[in-house]
Design a protein around this ligand. Structure first.
Ligand code: ATP
Ligand code: MG
Length: 253
C-alpha cells in the first residue's frame, strides 16, 4: 500500500458557516512525514478533525469526498475505533491530563495495548523522550510546554500507531525544543515506519523535517509538493518564509 492516508475531494462545513474545506485532496505516503501548513483559520484543524473522527463533536459535517486510512474508507468512523486501528492523535492544545502524573497519562494511551506489552511501551516512550522518565511522577500540569508536547506525543505513540496526526506541534515552543522533538519523530519514522501528518505554524522548521508539504488557504490546497519544491516556490517565500529574508543582509550593489 503506497499511501497510509488518502483524502480525495473533501469538502467540510460547520453549522452557520460556509465551507471550511473545499475540494481538498492530500496523501500521506507510508512511512513519511507530511507537513500541513497555512495561516490561522485556513482549515488545518478541520482537516485533522475530519481524519480523526472528531468532526461531529465540533458540529462539522462532510459535504463531499472520501478519506482512506490504510486503504480503507473511514468517513463516519468514531475516533476511539480509529485509535484502535492504529491512528495516533495529538489534538490542538495537546490536552494532557494535567492532574495526572506523566506515567498515568502514558498509561491512558497504553489502554489499547495488551497488558503484557504496556511496560515495553512505557520504556520505548522513555527512551524516545528521556525527560519524561525524569519527570514520570510529576503531575503533567507542572511540565514545561515542550515536555507536555513530548507527553502528548508519547501518549499517542505508545500504542504503536501506523499513522500519527499532530495538530500544532510547535505552537508556543522554543525552536530548539521543537527541533529536538522533530528529530525524535524522524527516529520513530525510520525505526517503526510510522507515517505522520503534522500541522505546523513554523513553515521553515516543518520544511526542514518533512518529506512533503501542503499549504491550505481559505479551505483550499493552494500549494503542494516535496518539501524542497514547496520551500522554493515564490508563493511560499512571499507568505511564510519572508521573515528571514527581511533579516538577510542587503545585497551589495
Ligand atoms: N466548531 C466550529 N464551528 C464553526 N466554525 C468553525 C468551527 N471550528 C472552526 N471553524 C471555522 O472554520 C474555519 C477553519 O478553522 P480551523 O480551526 O480548521 O483553522 P486552522 O487552520 O486550524 O486555524 P488555526 O491556525 O487558528 O488553528 C475558520 O473560519 C473557523 O472559524
Ligand atoms: Mg488549528
Amino acid at each position: 500500500m503506497a499511501n497510509m492516508l488518502e483524502i480525495e475531494g473533501l469538502s467540510v462545513g460547520y453549522a452557520r458557516k460556509g465551507l471550511a474545506l473545499e475540494n481538498v485532496s492530500l496523501r500521506v505516503p507510508a512511512g513519511s512525514i507530511v507537513a500541513l501548513l497555512g495561516a490561522n483559520g485556513a482549515g488545518k484543524t478541520t482537516l485533522i478533525r475530519s481524519v480523526t473522527g472528531l468532526l461531529d463533536l465540533h458540529h462539522g459535517h462532510v459535504g463531499t469526498g472520501s478519506i482512506r486510512f490504510g486503504g480503507e474508507p473511514i468517513l463516519g468512523r468514531p475516533s476511539h475505533k480509529l485509535v484502535r486501528q492504529g491512528m495516533g492523535q495529538v489534538p490542538e492544545g495537546r490536552l494532557v491530563f494535567k492532574q495526572l502524573s506523566v506515567e498515568d497519562n502514558l498509561l491512558v494511551g497504553a489502554a489499547i495495548l495488551p497488558r503484557a506489552r504496556v511496560r515495553e511501551g512505557l520504556d520505548a516512550v522513555y527512551a524516545l523522550f528521556p525527560r519524561l522518565l525524569e519527570r514520570r511522577q510529576s503531575a503533567a500540569g507542572w511540565l514545561s510546554g515542550g515536555e507536555q508536547q513530548m507527553l502528548a506525543l508519547g501518549r499517542a505513540l505508545i500504542g504503536r500507531p501506523r499513522l500519527l496526526l499532530v495538530d500544532e506541534l510547535s505552537l508556543g515552543l522554543a525552536p530548539l525544543i521543537v527541533k529536538e522533538i522533530y528529530k525524535q519523530l524522524q527516529v520513530v519514522g525510520q525505526t517503526l515506519g510510522t507515517s505522520m501528518l503534522v500541522v505546523e505554524q513554523n513553515a521553515r522548521l516543518a520544511l526542514e523535517f518533512a518529506a512533503h508539504a501542503y499549504v491550505l488557504n481559505g479551505g483550499r490546497i493552494v500549494l503542494s509538493g516535496t518539501a524542497q519544491e514547496v520551500a522554493a516556490s515564490d508563493a511560499m517565500k512571499e507568505s511564510y518564509l519572508g521573515a528571514s529574508r527581511r533579516h538577510a543582509p542587503e545585497a551589495t550593489p
